[in-house]
Ligand binder design. Sequence first.
Ligand code: WTA
Length: 678
Amino acid sequence: MDDEANLTYDPCKRVQDEAHVKNMDAYRKMHQLSLDDPEKFWSDIAKQFYFKSPTTGKFLEYNFNVNNGPIFIKWMEGAITNMCYNCLDRHVAEGRGDVIAFHWEGNDPLDCTKISYKQLLDEVCKFSNVLKSLGIQKGDRVAIYLPMVLELVVSMLACARLGIVHSIVFAGFSSESLASRILDAKAEVLITADGCYRGNKLVTLKSIADDAIRKCSQKEHRLKACITVKHVTAKGFSDDVTARPAIRPVEDFKYDWNPEVDKWYNELMNDVSTVCEPVWLDSEDNLFMLYTSGSTGTPKGVLHHVAGYMLYAATTHKYTFDYHPGEVYFCTADIGWITGHTYITYGPLLNGATSVMFEGTPMFPDCSRLWAIVDKYQVSKFYTAPTAIRALMKYGEEPVKRFKRTSLKVLGTVGEPINPEAWLWYHKVIGNSQCSIVDTFWQTETGGHVLTPLPGCTPMKPGAATFPFFGIEPALLTEDGKEVEGPGKGYLVFKRPWPGIMRTVYGDHARFEKTYFSKFPGYYVTGDGCTRDKDGYYWITGRIDDMVNVSGHLLSTAEVESALIKHPSVSEAAVVAKPHEVKGSCLYCFVTLKEKVEFTDEVATQLKQRVREDIGPIGTPDYVQYAPGLPKTRSGKIMRRVLRAVAQGQRDLIGDISTMADESVVGVLFQNRPAQKE
Ligand code: WTA
């Protein structure tokens, strides 16, 4: 494997022949132009989109240096447009109304439907009219807590049509997380569903939403409306649905139905007009916000604006997947994360693409589900996460080989560094060694891919995110802020803005400046470590702050610690990442208990449960270890390096402990390690 992992793989010939960018010279020229003359580069791209009127100020204006005043980024200020118009109306007006926008594939393989651009536009206009009739307007916030149903896309596009800021909360988050996000955004409306299935498991979303609504009203925040989609209790989106094996009688569900606030989506949509003029917006008006973990423990609402995000979502989707109209594209992410925002909804729709939207999981009804879908819809561009690949690898090649997968051309990964072994399996087994792989590095904050191969030209190295996308100027910095030249490693930063970069943290611009711009003035700081090799390839090495990447989901150790400390028996907690075969990393928690409280299995289980309730199932810790004392420096700072060594059971990782207040703690911690799962 070592030899194979060190090889360089040529882009797939079938992709190269028809690619938008066919060789590295062409890539380098375009990249150089995007840096030398961003206005020319991006204004040429903007011509494909509908702008009601052009930029009135400068095409690009920004300040990236905290020492020169407030950080700001403005692209195409004064130009007037609408995201939803560009995703839908434009295609319909240009004769593409009958193209399928989404093949929807439910959790149950018999549950499927499809929707064309024209049909989607009609639904979006109807729902826009519904929102208008509730008195929701430009600038208001709407929280969306939905499973992967078409109504989710309809809701977000209706918001975009009216200049309403959507805040989508992943439907795996707890009521606590949902409530805190509704409160932070001061959302006026919540859109949810009765429930959904994940595999065989029924999740009763409305009752979680009810809990969140109760928590909000305890804080004096009352919603104007809670709109519930009937998904598992009745026919869902359209009459095309031929079979809904998952339907449950409504009596199975318990709701807090408050007629003043609660409305059924399906009832609101009766007899509503399919005509709704978009609200024309400034390029720099708000489009949406999406919460991401923050190292201080409270999630931050990453805010994206209209035009820059639009240009960047469309352009990255087109070039990174080398998308051509007529092809079927399938991204397995959930729209609750940025990957779904940019690469299920906005990017593909802007490009008039036909996508598969998948409600279920790769393991249901069995672990060949994704490949069944690939064959069923003849998917040619496929995008998933390393954690899914690693989970599927465990079952070997047989479930994959049950299906042909000959339609596949480009395979993407996102969310965390992909280990070469998983990369090679993806390439050889899933892709039959006939596909290009794009390891796309980006963040909620970047809006779209920032480091990525292009599938028609970039020679691939397993595990490398390779080169910068158009408009991106990366650098590696040492701890004291010096740029590393040539091969080396350091903090990954970007030297100038690209159109898709976030504009602020919702309601907290100071936090935006502090988090991303204060450590190295003049640079956007990603928080990731990175290596550049002798060929100029970039390799992401992982987070270098207090963030843990569990199955591609970033969690902050501070957030987990504060959940643990809420337990009445806990006096102190510290959380670190431990490498995990499938999840990439898992959470390993150390807890010190109050006097006279005994650490038992029951306490450990309660603590895991507590974190799960506070954050959601993705936050469930794998390990909780009793720590009579935590390793601290003499100034009282927790030495996480030591805790990571304990978590991994490797004394050689401890390093220098000369600044430690009480060295005897280390031996005790090694003795107290709970049974390890590996
Ligand atoms: C990590 C997800 C290595 C990284 C789009 C980043 C990656 C964080 C990759 C952002 C990749 C994402 N290789 N690491 N290809 N893609 N990451 O905001 O640590 O959920 O900072 O956005 O995921 O996570 P977020």
